[in-house]
Design a protein around this ligand. Structure first.
Ligand code: LLP
Length: 442
């Protein structure tokens, strides 16, 4: 049998990925093996060009079909000051879900009027911080907040632009942990139960609140466009009914995020153009049919902006061969820096960054270093023969790994570098042992 080398996997890596003369993986013109040597491992490498290309793909595909579109980046997918700066330059707004994410955006110098504040249980202190800083929109999620927000606005003498988050009751066909727009969800006012109408009635008649529009978010990793189209129809019909009954004018429609990324060679994700075409044509068709003015369209991509741009580098250490069963290969990270395989059974590919041209003869299981049997990053991945000291590179690691990372087993959260045109800059240093005890007292 003739074995392939790792080159066929390059399409999963950032746009700038390649292989140099030493047979090493390169990203953004930087040798991944050298990056691992300089900054240590585990290391997360983000490619600036891939991030910017994704932003411009969103701008173009939605913008040419519906110029009145704003993409706001869902910071929960990964946030850092450096990333925020880049996205701000690319003209994106931001979706934050906590005072912490708001703080990072503000510390990077982002004007808060481009920021949308989400969450199903925003704290009073978080809402106050948002109001004082002049947040663009608060996306009101439930009746508690619908009472709390105007009270805080009143105390601060402010009127706040808001959206109502609706639960349209559409099944997005994705993992149950990341399906949000269904009826049995903690998020949003359900349309089907009449609670969305009740919330809207309250919102339009409450002083200190200005109801600008409606929001829904169906879930994450939606490989199909139909759920968006269905939800759009449901929500626009609701808006038309509310126009008649409560003189509500839909000025802004926020359809959330959920656009997928390709993690495996055999699971390609539809391009942005497919979503843009489906969403925009449904929006224009329904708005015309229902005699609604065309609202501003807001989209909230998270994963699809950063997933492909990010690569995780690990150093291979020991291994364990169980004859006839499986060969475990151990790396110096795992579930503490990427919980997704353990939590969602998420799948990843991998290559050996210092053996890109070598035939992939073996099938192994990549296990982390943490004290749990479930700490498996990849089950059955095809790799060349590996040995201790090799550098394993896992593509599409840019979304929801770092933000969901932990200090499990008192591990140190990894360093992160941004690469561009052959140079790398550290955008977050690795934690130190002192960081682990910095908040303790005896
Ligand atoms: N907007 C709202 C209101 C959201 O709740 C989310 C994600 C997004 C936008 C962005 O969705 P994206 O474009 O990234 O799919 N931890 C999970 C994903 C959780 C997503 C939560 N909400 C994972 O690792 O797959």
């Amino acid at each position: 049998m003739k074995y392939q080398d790792a080159l066929h996997k390059l399409t999963l890596f950032p746009d700038t990925a390649g292989v140099n003369q030493q047979g090493h993986l390169t990203i953004g013109g930087c040798d991944a093996v050298q990056l691992a040597a300089i900054y240590g491992t585990p290391l997360y490498v983000f490619d600036e060009a891939t991030i910017r290309a994704k932003c411009s793909e969103y701008r173009q595909e939605f913008g040419q079909r519906y110029p009145n579109t704003l993409a706001i980046y869902a910071c929960k997918a990964f946030t850092s000051q450096a990333l925020i700066r880049i996205l701000d330059e690319e003209g994106l707004g931001f979706d934050v879900v906590s005072g912490g994410e708001m703080h990072i955006a503000m510390s990077a110098g982002v004007p808060l009027d481009k920021v949308y504040f989400h969450g199903n249980n925003k704290g009073e202190y978080e809402l106050k911080k948002a109001l004082e800083a002049g947040i663009g929109r608060v996306v009101v999620d439930n009746f508690h907040e619908l009472a709390l927000l105007p009270r805080l606005c009143g105390e601060l003498g402010k009127t706040q632009d808001i959206l109502l988050r609706l639960s349209p009751g559409v099944d997005p066909h994705t993992h149950k942990h990341v399906a949000t727009g269904i009826l049995d969800s903690k998020f949003g006012f359900p349309i089907a139960t009449g609670q969305a109408e009740e919330a809207l009635r309250i919102a339009v008649s409450t002083p200190n609140l200005r109801l600008i529009g409606l929001h829904f978010h169906l879930g994450s990793s939606l490989f199909e466009v139909e759920p968006y189209v269905k939800a759009l129809e449901i929500v626009l019909n609701f808006a038309a009914r509310m126009k008649q009954q409560h003189r509500f004018e839909l000025r802004e429609l926020n359809i959330g995020g959920g656009f997928p990324a390709q993690y495996l060679l055999n699971t390609p994700a539809p391009p942005v153009s497919v979503y843009a075409e489906a969403v925009v044509s449904a929006l224009m068709r329904e708005a015309r049919r229902l005699r609604l003015k065309q609202p501003r369209l807001i989209i909230e991509p998270g994963r699809s902006i950063v997933a492909k741009a990010g690569t995780a580098l690990y150093k291979i250490g020991g291994s364990k061969d169980i004859p006839g069963v499986r060969r475990y290969v151990f790396v110096d990270g795992g579930m503490a820096d990427n919980i997704r395989p353990a939590l969602y059974d998420s799948k990843y590919e991998a290559v050996v960054a210092n053996k890109m041209g070598k035939p992939e003869t073996d099938v192994v299981t990549i296990a982390g270093k943490f004290c749990e049997s479930g700490d498996i990053l990849i089950k059955d991945v095809r790799l060349p023969k590996v040995e201790a000291g090799d550098i394993l590179a896992m593509p599409t690691s840019g979304a929801y790994s770092i933000p969901m990372s932990s200090n499990y087993n008192a591990s140190l959260r990894p360093a992160i570098v941004m690469v561009k045109d052959g140079s790398a800059r550290l955008i977050r240093r690795r934690e130190t042992y002192d960081d682990l005890t910095a908040r303790d007292s005896v």
